[in-house]
Design a protein around this ligand. Structure first.
Ligand SMILES: *[C@@H]1O[C@H](CO)[C@@H](O)[C@H](O)[C@H]1NC(C)=O
Length: 407
């Protein structure tokens, strides 16, 4: 009897570290715990991810966890958020390699191993700070074509490659399109053209299309004639499509026939994630996500019945986006800012290291990558990096931060 109790206690003690680390993030969190092996695998995929190096006993990590989880939900599935327990023996070497000197250390990997990581050096560990910081640092490979006349030139310029053009009614390049541009960097040229009322579509020989309906056009190497993808405009479906385009197995008529027959049927789990994302967007509408969603409008139009009338945000319906107010009322026609370069090296302003106990210690490192805006001066660079600490300010309107898995 006693010995079996002892055994139980021993067992409980043996399990304690892993239980504690599992508890750092709630069970239904979109933050995925990785061990060193899984981390190396995740870094082989060409995508932007945010990784928190943590220890279960660290108070700052415990306080950060729910915020990090909310950011993960907001960015799911476009930017995965991971966590690594550096207390775990089998991760210690990785944490040392990653130069983790304090907990939590949060790093952005803009494109797996192929672009050096950036350290999140702000003490502001809120969901919206993480959300904006990560979503703005996806390397931008998407060429913005401002006029319909720019399209033929772009199509001809890269004739030897696959090219993918998005015609969107949105002013911003959807985050999903940027994620795809990053994923297929060097393999497919991505561009986006704003076709607000469908006039460009008509000029190119397509129908004007429904409100908000995007069009995905693909040009095969050597061809200036597009074929059109009419499948589901979500990350999974588009990735499968582009993979099949690249390996040559695509049969566009089959893809489109199947897309017509097939209604998008999310699993119960996907629906649950989308429900939570919706709830979070509404809850956060006043605290950092305010420029992404017109909360009042959503309530006015949909009320409690919002989902029944609009469908879920993951591709089946639309959240009414807030139009940027402008004095003339013609914000939609305002000239857009030219696209930013793919990768830009900006020396970060030196930040004094906080004097800290081991627990509050943070890594302070040079930010070697800035993919948000060209920063002409250290002043501007400073301002840019500070924006992560002031998430309640309106986001710069230059680029996309649609947190949705849809175009
Ligand atoms: C990542 O991108 C490179 C080209 O930059 C490509 O050769 C490689 O196949 C890609 N890897 C994956 C897993 O897509």
């Amino acid at each position: 009897m006693l010995s079996s109790t002892m055994q139980l206690v021993t067992l409980a003690l043996a399990l304690a570290p892993s239980l504690a680390s599992a508890a750092l993030f709630p069970k239904d969190s979109q933050v995925k715990m990785l061990d060193a092996k899984a981390f190396k695998k995740a870094m082989k995929v060409n995508q932007t991810s945010l990784v928190a190096f943590v220890a279960p006993w660290c108070g700052h990590c415990q306080r950060m966890a729910p915020e990090f989880s909310r950011a993960a939900l907001g960015l799911y599935p476009l930017v995965p958020l991971y966590a690594i327990d550096c207390d775990d023996e089998k991760n210690k070497r990785l944490c040392a390699e990653q130069d983790v000197r304090g907990f939590p250390t949060v790093k952005l990997f803009p494109r797996g191993n192929s672009i050096p990581p950036m350290v999140y050096d702000s003490g502001e560990r809120t969901a919206s700070a993480f959300f904006y910081w990560a979503s703005r640092r996806i390397p931008n490979t998407v060429t913005k074509l401002y006029h319909v006349e720019d399209i033929p030139g772009w199509v001809e310029k890269q004739e030897k490659k696959y090219r993918a053009l998005l015609l969107t009614k949105d002013k911003k390049v959807p985050l999903l399109w940027k994620v795809l541009g990053n994923k297929y960097m060097n393999q497919i040229e991505f561009a986006s053209h704003r076709d607000r009322k469908g006039k460009s579509s008509v000029k190119l020989g397509y129908e004007a299309g429904e409100k908000k309906q995007p069009k995905v056009l693909v040009y095969a190497p050597g061809s200036t004639k597009a074929f059109r993808y009419e499948g589901i405009n979500k990350l999974d479906s588009l990735s499968k499509f582009f993979d099949s385009v690249l390996d040559g197995s695509v049969d566009i008529s089959v893809v489109n026939e199947e897309a017509k027959k097939e209604e998008f049927e999310p699993t119960e789990e996907e629906l649950e994630i989308e429900r939570k994302q919706e709830a979070q967007r509404i809850a956060l509408a006043h605290g950092g996500f305010a420029d992404l969603i017109d909360f009042e409008e959503a309530i006015k139009n949909g009320g409690a019945n919002f989902h029944d009338t609009h469908g879920f945000g993951g591709g089946m319906g639309d959240i009414p986006y807030k139009k940027k107010p402008s004095a003339s009322g013609s914000a939609a026609d305002a000239p857009e800012t030219p696209k930013t370069p793919v990768v830009e090296s900006t020396p970060a302003p030196a930040t004094p290291a906080p004097t800290a106990t081991p627990e509050t210690q943070e890594e302070v490192k040079q930010v070697v990558l800035e993919t948000t805006e060209p920063s002409p001066s250290p002043e501007a660079a400073k301002k840019g990096s500070e924006s992560a600490t002031t998430p309640s300010e309106p986001a710069p309107s230059t680029e996309a931060e649609h947190p949705k898995d849809e175009l």
